[in-house]
Design a protein around this ligand. Structure first.
Ligand SMILES: Cc1cc2nc3c(=O)[nH]c(=O)nc-3n(C[C@H](O)[C@H](O)[C@H](O)COP(=O)(O)O)c2cc1C
Length: 226
């Protein structure tokens, strides 16, 4: 599966079929976590694979009673070794990098699960003390997230995202990008809309165009086969 397709079709899966997951797929998911970027490449993570039913139930209970979780045959609990991040980066390592590093590994694993045909969900709402007790996680390590994994028994609708025009800024905070293609001078993505717009501009302005405009006009002309 192509990367962007994988990103855009991944969904949080909260209903699972009662069938086991092949170990090699879990191995591939773990490998994707291992390959994630981390601050200074410290790789301050550990991934606990949980298959035991009693443990899965106890963890679901400790996750604000999200009982649906225990239907997933496998969890991966992502932990940060705070000793490591703090030793190298002090407070920033402990409070920020540990979370960011884990998040990078988690997203890699979610995408890989999706790419091998599995459903997964990132769980952040849980009692860290209870989860640590159930899984023997030492004091210096922090469970950052639980990933539920299994074959999906649902096809969730795509949840809405804010449009790019409201989340992306150009050069300074608050400066919204109204037309990404125009800003990037990416004339290769001349869409139908831009094509029409470009053609109109070209016809109206002719020689008055700037160098960049001329370049665009040339590309549009080529595209239109003129
Ligand atoms: C930090 C974090 C914590 C989350 N915690 C939970 C959770 O405890 N339970 C849950 O069902 N989903 C949880 N999610 C999943 C989000 O609800 C989900 O990603 C979001 O609604 C967007 O849906 P999508 O993943 O299908 O795109 C969490 C996601 C993140 C990033």
């Amino acid at each position: 599966m192509e990367t962007f397709e994988c990103i855009s079709t991944r969904r949080s899966i909260r209903r699972y079929l009662d069938i086991p997951v092949e170990w090699d797929k879990i191995g591939t998911i773990l490998e994707a976590g291992r390959l994630a970027p981390s601050s200074g490449n410290i790789q301050d993570w550990n991934f606990i694979v949980v298959q035991d039913e009693d443990k899965r139930k106890a963890i679901a209970e400790a996750s604000l009673r999200q009982h649906w979780m225990s239907k997933a045959p496998v969890y991966i609990v992502v932990c940060s070794d705070l000793k490591k991040s703090e030793r190298v980066y002090g407070v920033r390592g402990n409070r920020l990098y540990s979370i960011q590093n884990s998040a990078a590994a988690i997203e890699n694993m979610l995408l890989t699960a999706h790419s091998v045909g599995l459903g997964a969900c990132w769980i952040g709402a849980f009692d860290e003390n209870v989860v640590s007790r159930v899984l023997n996680i030492p004091d210096y390590a922090r469970p950052q997230a639980i990933i539920t994994i299994g074959y999906s028994d649902e096809k969730p609708k795509t949840p809405q995202r804010f449009p790019l025009t409201t989340v992306a800024f150009l050069e300074k905070y608050g400066n919204r990008i109204k037309d990404m293609a125009a800003v990037m001078h990416d004339y290769s993505v001349v869409t139908e809309r831009n094509l029409k717009k470009g053609k109109a501009i070209f016809e109206k302005t002719g020689n008055l165009l700037t160098e960049k405009g001329k370049e665009l006009a040339k590309k549009i002309k080529e595209k239109l086969g003129k």
